[in-house]
Design a protein around this ligand. Structure first.
Ligand SMILES: NC(=O)c1ccc[n+]([C@@H]2O[C@H](COP(=O)([O-])OP(=O)(O)OC[C@H]3O[C@@H](n4cnc5c(N)ncnc54)[C@H](OP(=O)(O)O)[C@@H]3O)[C@@H](O)[C@H]2O)c1
Length: 306
């Protein structure tokens, strides 16, 4: 495993992190608790030290599973969880008001069975709460020692630029993969300049960049691969296939699996601290972590940049 330091922190983070949305089950066609726990242990064995979760993943299920998996291993794990998405039945609402953040944090600490969170992230911007209120509340939690560092997720450049007036953030978590590259232009360079660590999600486009989907596939409307990662059917599948074909070509030439090529393209990028990758079993966790044992050539990176 390779590690990169998050600027201005004491956190030295594995370049591959473990994403745990799938542990929540409901948006990924179900998940097995034992496989999820074994996936955490497998990732830790491979040197992964950052686990990303959120209360909204299975409405607490993902955090509870992580709590069970890391019991007795707190010192080996950097926990990144989130606040600001509140599930009300099937509906999800944004709420980054101070009281809500405080209440969410207490519940996360209980489910994770820990007394502090390493990186506490605002999951999505809340258009109904001034950023000043949110960041002042996050800073207070930091002073109280309940969170070590503040992170934000899905923030655009304009909103990012407002934060320093009210708080110091350690990380930004945004979508980045060979299929979603919009943060490359301005956001990554801004973070690099300001010393903000960049954590990326959706690294495998929900799984399609592993190369295992040879044919289009439709998922239930509640599945993330239907409403969030829209690469699996129709015209989008045709576009995606071009990238997947190139990954397969490079895979034959390098004798490395496509998932690792897709992940190396991310973590080798200047300005990116760690690629968060989801997985549903120990073997996937291992296969993904192994991407950090070798490097993609500059020539192959340029081919993928097409
Ligand atoms: N901040 C945000 O708004 C936000 C949004 C999305 C995600 N995230 C975070 O980022 C993490 C990563 O993103 P993601 O999980 O959504 O998507 P992802 O990492 O692109 O894809 C994960 C899925 O790909 C498949 N997969 C993983 N490794 C594989 C391998 N080696 N071979 C074949 N298939 C493999 C698995 O699904 P199957 O086994 O079903 O194929 C797995 O659940 C999330 O878990 C979450 O922690 C954050």
């Amino acid at each position: 495993m390779k590690y990169k330091k998050i600027p201005n922190t004491d956190l030295n983070v594995s370049v591959i992190s473990l994403g745990t949305w799938v542990f929540g089950g409901e948006n990924w066609g179900g998940a097995q608790e034992k496989e999820s726990i074994d996936a955490v242990l497998s990732a830790l064995d491979c040197g992964v030290n950052l686990i990303d979760t959120a209360p909204i993943y299975g409405y607490g299920t993902s955090e509870e599973i992580i709590g069970k998996a890391i019991k007795g291993k707190r010192d080996k794990v950097i926990i990144a969880t989130k606040c600001g998405l509140i599930g009300e039945g099937p509906n999800i609402k944004n709420n980054l008001k101070p009281d809500s953040i405080k209440a969410e944090l207490e519940q996360s600490l209980k489910r994770l069975q820990v007394d502090y969170i390493d990186i506490y992230q605002c999951h999505w911007p809340d258009p109904n709460t001034p950023i000043k209120e949110t960041m002042t509340a996050m800073s207070k939690l930091k002073k109280e020692g309940k969170i070590k560092y503040i992170g934000v997720s899905n923030f655009d450049l304009e909103l990012l630029k407002e934060i320093p007036h009210f708080a110091d953030i350690a990380t930004l978590q945004n979508h980045l993969s060979l299929l979603e590259r919009s943060m490359e232009k301005d956001v990554i360079p801004y973070c690099k300049e300001k010393g903000i660590g960049v954590l990326t999600y959706g690294s495998l486009g929900g799984g399609i960049l592993s190369g295992k989907y040879r044919q289009p596939k439709t998922f239930k409307s509640s599945d993330a691969r239907s409403f969030f990662y829209k690469y699996y059917a129709g015209e989008e599948f045709k576009k995606t296939s071009k990238i997947v074909n190139l990954l397969n070509e490079i895979s034959v030439e390098t004798n490395r699996p496509p998932n690792q090529i897709a992940l190396n393209w991310i973590w080798q990028k200047e300005g990116v601290t760690s690629a968060i990758v989801g997985c549903r079993n120990p073997e996937q966790a291992r296969m993904n972590a192994l991407s950090a044992t070798w490097e993609l050539s500059e020539e192959d990176i340029n081919r993928l940049n097409m």
